[in-house]
Ligand binder design. Structure first.
Ligand code: SAH
Length: 395
């Protein structure tokens, strides 16, 4: 097996649970660079420190599976961790939720792997090519659960490889092609495109925030910016909002949102509903010129900082968005603003939002600040990405 060594400083960090080694941090020459799979990390006294996934092609070349103790990475190993993860999500079904994250990567002991469940369709998303070697074992493990009709593979950008048998959207188990997939979230119905939708098809991480929106929506006019397939919209309507406007640049997402509307409220038309397709910043500006006002403005954009070097522009964009968004909030109204950029800390994000709000000569009186939903546990600061703030907008 590949043997790797690192600095004492990184060793200390790994001992405390940090899960990664990047290529530039390797201190030993790795003899067999061609074989992906497993590697063992040794400490400065040449003793076993960790076993983990080895990805020689990737900058992030080692991901810890197990610390301090050598262990077989076999079906039993995966099964035990899978069962622990399921236990953590046990209460969700009783809450009317059949779509949720089952394995949240490193946080559930599956570094570089996500497993999302949409009722009977389970979607594995891999972020490291070395996982290809363990997919068979993962299928065995997942199939120990009762409700598994299909297992679909999704690939992160860095794992796409035209020479591989694995491609994005491949059906690993069950009927192919995939029939339309539906699931419940807090008793509301959604359809999801698990093959070409973003992430694994749905933003499951916002479930608890969406519930919060439902609870405050009664009688409100709502603007849902970056609406995607209508997650927040359906909750706002089910909470009794008076009117709803969605903005998104993706026409497929908007169509999909309409389908979700029809799925939950067939033929009901007792609220105003409008979709606007285009760039959010531009469309918000146009709404402002028309003096449009809303009781609740929801801002849930894509990650503005995908890389560390994008942080300054991202912070500026969060501010600009809050600045224009807040100007569309009617007197006595509220703003919800979220960020899913891992490279922006919660504190930096809240600061950027407040800066934007103040630039519009308004104040945000905080109601809640939230982080990850319960099926997205976070054990490492580096993996904490979601943060949101809801506040009353004051003049
Ligand atoms: N709030 C959604 C998730 C948002 S994902 C939910 O709860 O499901 C981000 C969305 O922003 C995507 O649908 C994408 O199409 C859209 N988007 C990205 N850039 C945009 C832009 N400049 N203007 C408008 N929409 C944009």
């Amino acid at each position: 097996m590949i043997k790797i060594k690192i600095s004492k400083t990184l060793e200390a960090k790994i001992r405390k649970g940090y899960p990664w080694v990047f290529k530039y941090q390797l201190q030993s020459d790795v003899v067999d660079k061609s074989s992906g799979g497993l590697a063992v990390l040794y400490d400065h006294k040449n003793r076993f420190l960790a076993i983990g996934l080895w990805d020689p092609d990737s900058d992030l070349c080692f991901r810890v599976f197990n610390l301090f103790e050598p262990i077989d990475i076999d079906t039993q190993f995966f099964l035990k961790r899978f069962q622990q993860a399921l236990l953590l999500r046990k209460g969700l079904k009783e809450q009317g939720t059949t779509g949720y994250r089952v394995l949240n990567g490193e946080n559930d002991g599956f570094p570089g792997l996500i497993l999302d469940r949409y009722d009977k369709t389970w979607v594995l998303k891999v972020y490291a090519k070395s996982w290809f070697l363990y997919l068979e074992r993962m299928l065995e493990v997942i199939k120990t659960e009762k409700n598994v009709e299909q297992i679909v593979l999704r690939l992160a950008r860095n794992t796409k490889d035209s020479s591989s048998n694995f491609f994005d959207g491949k059906v690993l188990y069950g009927p192919d092609p995939i029939v339309p997939v539906q699931f419940y979230e807090n008793g509301l119905k959604f359809h999801v495109d698990v093959v070409s939708g973003q992430k694994t098809g749905f933003f499951l991480d916002q479930r608890e925030n969406r519930l919060q929106i439902k609870e405050i929506s009664s009688g409100l006019s709502v603007l849902n910016v970056f609406s995607y397939t209508g997650g927040f919209s359906i909750y706002a309507i089910s909470g009794g909002c008076r009117s709803l406007v969605e903005i998104d640049s993706n026409s497929f997402a908007l169509k999909s949102s309409l389908q979700n509307l029809e799925l939950n409220f067939p033929g009901e038309g007792n609220f105003e509903y409008l979709q606007i397709e285009g760039d959010a910043f531009q469309k918000l500006h146009e709404l402002k010129l028309q003096n449009s006002q809303f009781d609740l403005v929801i801002l849930d954009p894509p990650a503005f900082a995908r890389k560390k070097k994008h942080r300054p522009q991202a912070l500026e964009a969060y501010s600009r968005l809050a600045e224009i968004g807040v100007q569309l909030v009617a007197p006595g109204g509220r703003l919800f603003s979220a960020s899913c950029s891992a490279h922006i800390s919660a504190e930096e994000f809240y600061k950027a939002v407040n800066y934007g709000v103040e630039s519009a000569n308004k104040r945000l009186k905080e109601i809640t600040k939230t982080r990850h939903a319960s099926d997205h546990p976070v054990k490492f600061a580096e993996l904490e990405y979601l943060k949101s703030i809801t506040g009353w907008v004051k003049a």
